[in-house]
Write a protein that binds this ligand. Structure first.
Ligand code: FHN
Length: 482
């Protein structure tokens, strides 16, 4: 009896100790998590159809177009060394001179349909268009400012015809919008005085009005791509921005908004103070691409890329390293292999035409996409280790695996490591599906695919169809016990 009682006491103390330890752990976890009113509103990826479609785009186009395209990085015979769309911030060009470029905006060569066809031929599935860049000039006739196309010699809306033309080509449109607005007298970099505060309140109303206006005028737009949100004044507007985001989402259910729009109440941008991403996809991959899947923390993301080093708007000089067709295809493949989209920037000229170099790139990428887009569209991370020859992608619907080859092995032997209990059922070139490539098992689940004499002038795709295997084929020697 006494023994039984002792046992019971022991059990009870163990239980009690457990409770104490667990609650201590919980409270230490709780310490790491801050109560946030304006942090992330969702954990994990969106699962609705609009976002699923976005995830499957693979390749997109970015358009930077505005008044800055007129000087094209040069003023009075002098060259501005920064990005052409930032020329207004340069001492070499008076601000008032820049602002009066509105009276020279008359793009006689602008043809929305031609732009959309170029994008379509490149293989883009979505386009992000600057409705208003940092200079504040609006490519749509906004009723909230005079600084719009309506008051330029051109007079007409640019955004409407673009949305229509791209949609007609089956390309979804995302509207780029800069919160920072150098033209608006109420915009502030920071709020330091009562007067700043009053002015910025007006600016917030103006911003809200413009955004609601855009969503109302262009209802087929799938999302908003925010920029110019890093200034202190905006970072302090957690509650306002959160409310505005809710209002916009209510107005357009399914609307896609990236991680650049708002900060939490502690001023944290992109990721809130608890490390959760704010918005539907990570917008931090500008002119850089993640190297491994861990870098994207399980989030949706897209990478926006310039052709020269850092030029978004039209720059006459077009100097430095200019990315080639193969380089851009490789970037597309890398992004898709890590579950992201790749968005290539175009900076049309002041007259509305697209420069020949960009047309050539679009054509080159397009001719590759025509043959190989099966390995890009609706594809994502394959869950496999990266190999030296290039990138794996996997079609999220058919489960087919693709090897996008950029580095041809001199041996002609392409190493492939599949997950445990997976066999290769069939391997073939995407272009010649009827003739199977010879495969050889070199270790359990590790193969060589033999493909000799591949000239390697253009990236190409090998398709892998796999099956689950109950056990290894047994045709390799046992490993040495070391
Ligand atoms: O300052 C802009 C820049 O001009 C360009 O629009 C890029 C595009 O991602 N965004 C800003 C810099 O992050």
């Amino acid at each position: 009896m006494k023994q039984l009682l002792n046992k019971k006491i022991l059990l009870l103390s163990i239980l009690l100790l457990n409770v104490v330890v667990t609650s201590a752990q919980n409270s230490s976890e709780a310490k790491n998590t801050i109560e946030l009113k304006h942090g992330s509103h969702r954990i994990g990826k969106r699962t609705d159809t609009v976002m699923k479609k976005w995830r499957g785009y693979g390749l997109g186009q970015f358009i930077h177009w505005g008044l800055y395209a007129i000087p094209g990085g040069e003023w009075n015979g002098k060259t501005y060394n920064g990005a052409a769309e930032w020329i207004r911030s340069w001492d070499g060009m008076p601000k008032s001179t820049y602002d009066s470029l509105i009276y020279r905006f008359n793009p006689t060569q602008f043809n929305a349909v031609a732009w959309a066809i170029t994008a379509k031929e490149m293989g883009a599935r979505y386009v992000t268009i600057t409705t208003k860049h940092h200079d504040g000039f609006c490519l749509w006739p906004s009723k909230y400012t005079k600084y719009t196309v309506a008051n330029s010699p051109y007079k007409k809306d640019i955004i409407g015809p673009l949305v229509k033309a791209y949609n007609a080509e089956g390309i979804d449109v995302i509207l780029y919008f800069s919160i920072m607005d150098w033209n608006n007298p109420n915009w502030r970099y920071d709020i330091k005085t009562e007067a700043d505060s009053l002015a910025f309140e007006k600016f917030k109303t103006f911003t809200r009005n413009q955004l609601i206006e855009l969503l109302t005028l262009y209802p087929t737009a799938k999302g908003l791509w925010f920029d110019g949100t890093w200034d202190k004044a905006w970072v302090k507007q957690a509650a306002f921005a959160d409310e505005l985001e809710t209002e916009m989402r209510k107005l357009r259910p399914g609307l896609i908004i990236g991680s650049r729009f708002r900060a939490d109440e502690y001023g944290k941008r992109h990721f809130d103070s608890n490390g959760a991403m704010m918005g539907d996809y990570e917008q931090g991959w500008e002119r850089k691409i993640p190297n491994k899947i861990d870098d994207v923390h399980g989030n949706d993301w897209d990478c926006v890329m310039t052709v020269p080093e850092n030029q978004w708007g039209y720059n006459k000089a077009w100097k430095g390293h200019i990315k080639t067709v193969n380089e851009l295809i490789e970037m597309t493949a890398k992004c898709v292999s890590l579950g992201g989209n790749f968005v290539l920037n175009f900076g049309p000229k002041g007259d509305g035409s697209i420069r020949q170099e960009e047309l050539d790139l679009a054509k080159g990428i397009g001719s590759w996409m025509k043959v190989n887009s099966e390995a890009i569209y609706n594809c994502g991370y394959a869950g496999l280790e990266k190999q030296d020859w290039g990138f794996f992608t996997k079609n999220t619907k058919t489960n087919k695996l693709y090897m996008l080859v950029f580095n041809v092995p001199l041996s002609g032997d392409y190493r492939v490591k599949l997950p445990a209990r997976t066999d290769i059922a069939k391997a073939y070139l995407l272009t010649t599906s009827s003739s199977a490539l010879r495969t050889e098992e070199i270790h359990p689940n590790e193969y060589f695919i033999h493909l000799k004499n591949e000239p390697g002038k253009k990236p190409f795709v090998i398709v892998l169809e796999s099956t689950s295997a109950a056990k290894g084929s047994g045709n390799v020697y046992e490993k040495a016990k070391t």
